[in-house]
Design a protein around this ligand. Structure first.
Ligand SMILES: Nc1ncnc2c1ncn2[C@@H]1O[C@H](COP(=O)(O)OP(=O)(O)OP(=O)(O)O)[C@@H](O)[C@H]1O
Length: 90
């Protein structure tokens, strides 16, 4: 099981709207990076053609409970940021 997080641009009003809230709105192009517990993919939002980076975090593969908690906390914090970069958890 995995949690997936995308890093995407926001609209001019600082929000991304519903279009970035569902995986069905993204078409994955290719893998562009790999972290310790994650894989990052280049993807396109089929609604507005925006190119985004989708980060898939193998959160339940993390055996270290603290690392898992830190990751969940980071996703939670980042999800509340209203800036030019928006994050969503799927
Ligand atoms: N927004 C992005 N655009 C382009 N490439 C990215 C983006 N985010 C991450 N990457 C690529 O994916 C790789 C992995 O990123 P990720 O953030 O998952 O791990 P990390 O924090 O670099 O490493 P670790 O998980 O081991 O601490 C990066 O090194 C980078 O090459």
């Amino acid at each position: 099981m995995a949690a997936e997080m995308d890093i995407s641009h926001s609209d001019s009003n600082g929000t991304s709207g519903d279009k970035y809230n569902a995986m069905k709105n993204f078409e994955i192009d290719k893998k562009i990076g790999k972290g310790q517990f994650s894989e990052v993919y280049r993807a396109r939002c089929v609604v507005d053609n925006t190119i985004v980076a989708l980060k898939k975090v193998q959160i339940f593969e993390m055996m270290d409970a603290k690392a898992r908690q830190d990751c969940i906390k980071e996703i939670d914090l980042q999800g509340n940021v209203q800036d030019t970069v928006g994050l969503r958890l799927f």
